[in-house]
Design a binder for this molecule. Structure first.
Ligand SMILES: NC(=O)c1ccc[n+]([C@@H]2O[C@H](COP(=O)([O-])OP(=O)(O)OC[C@H]3O[C@@H](n4cnc5c(N)ncnc54)[C@H](O)[C@@H]3O)[C@@H](O)[C@H]2O)c1
Length: 377
């Protein structure tokens, strides 16, 4: 089995998930190139302690990411840092010739996204993908396959979303994700939007028009030091888009990204409504999805439990339950295979798809500020 030597830039929430999933690569039964964490980088040295304690493979622990980019024995980088750093960091990583598993929103705004894409397109052999793990739940993969097999018939509507509720706790201290200068003007849409777009974009549902609504409900939060701080990001956003189904009919596509959605601890969902069949998946009920059967003029909703039958086979029995850490590992497996030049049934979000995502998010802001429907080119 081939080894891909990784440097992790940023040692926060997502870098820990990456490292943990890399540590149990024996979980896969297939011959998938194995990530090995060789280097780590954070501006907060204490954050690196957990990595150093658990990974004997680490040779470099640095505070300046450029040091990792100079190492010949690092092949690829997973970069999970605040959005205001994406542009410079991603550009430098791509220019260094290392493969890049990036994080959303892949640039704090459209200008930053364009600058990254320019370097990506000018760099021969660059391999870059953007993280979005929820489509890798087996139940969701089954729904995607049903769409490819034409089981839904003529599509009537798409509804997807990624909603949270922890911000409804007004005592929750502010962090960089709630500040425009670090998170970006899109607010919750920049943070959560790509998660809602991966499946529809990949299935060919390109947004044609958008009417957006953003809300900023909570305007200040505890600063974690006994005072308060301005919270200037949008909390909730709904995109009312039009798109086209495979028959060329104009249909609605609604994409929700909310930080303040009652009852949504970490609710990623996808719903597809068709003439022959409809289906819906929610991470709240991660091992199952619902689909309709037709009985004359009426339809019934049925629930089918898919269990543990992921896209990339593993040692786990098919009747067991699948969760977030498994989805993270599946997408990493897909990244390794795509990087090795192999095709996978469902791949990670591509740089080109991030371009469409930023076009949509920028149009959404324009729609909201001007109270108009914006047509995407
Ligand atoms: N795919 C997902 O499900 C998912 C979930 C959460 C966050 N994210 C994305 O991951 C990225 C990071 O989010 P997070 O939740 O891990 O944030 P985090 O705040 O937990 O971690 C950010 C890390 O970046 C480090 N950092 C800050 N400035 C740095 C610098 N100059 N050089 C090196 N390191 C620096 C911080 O010290 C910290 O370790 C963001 O793009 C975010 O949108 C993705």
């Amino acid at each position: 089995m081939k080894t891909i030597r990784f440097g992790l830039i940023g040692c926060g929430l997502m870098a820990r998930e990456f490292a943990s999933a890399a540590a149990r690569w024996c979980h896969f039964t297939g011959d998938i190139p194995k990530p090995e964490v060789v280097g780590i980088c954070s501006v907060v040295p204490k954050e690196m302690d957990w990595f150093k304690k658990n990974f004997d493979s680490i040779k470099y622990a640095v505070e300046d990411y450029k040091e990792l980019l100079e190492k010949d024995d690092i092949d690829a980088i997973y970069c999970a840092v605040p959005h205001n750093l994406h542009e410079q960091f991603y550009i430098d990583i791509i220019k260094s010739g290392k493969a890049l598993l990036a994080e959303k929103p892949f640039g704090i705004d459209k200008k930053a996204n364009e600058a990254i894409l320019k370097v990506y397109r000018e760099t021969p052999g660059a391999f870059v993908r953007c993280s979005s793990e929820f489509p890798f739940y087996p139940a969701m993969q089954t729904m995607i396959n049903w769409y490819k097999e034409g089981k839904f018939g003529k599509i009537l509507e798409i509804h997807a979303g990624f909603n949270h509720c922890s911000d409804m706790d007004l005592n929750k201290p502010i962090n960089w994700k709630r500040m425009v200068k670090f998170n970006g003007e899109y607010g919750c849409l920049g943070d959560l939007g790509i998660h809602t777009q991966h499946v529809p974009f990949r299935l060919g549902f390109r947004p044609k028009t958008v009417r957006a609504h953003f809300s900023n409900i909570v305007k200040e939060r505890p600063d974690g030091k006994g005072g308060t701080a301005v919270c200037d990001t949008f909390d909730n956003c709904t995109l009312f888009c039009t798109t086209e189904n495979a028959d060329g009919d104009e249909i609605p596509m609604t994409l929700e990204t909310k930080r303040m959605c009652p009852g949504s601890t970490n609710r990623w969902f996808f719903e597809i409504y068709g003439m022959d069949c409809s289906a819906r998946f929610s991470s709240d009920d991660a091992n199952a999805f619902y689909y309709t059967s037709s009985w004359g003029k009426e339809q019934s909703w049925n629930r089918i439990i898919i269990g543990y039958k992921p896209m990339l086979p593993t040692i786990t029995g098919p009747i067991f339950e699948f969760g977030f850490t498994d989805a993270m590992q599946q997408q990493m497996g897909a990244f390794m295979l795509e990087y090795a030049g192999e095709s996978v049934p469902f791949g990670l979000f591509t740089p080109e798809e991030t371009e469409l995502s930023h076009t949509l998010s920028t149009a959404a802001l324009e729609s909201f500020y001007n109270r108009t429907v914006v047509t995407l080119d």
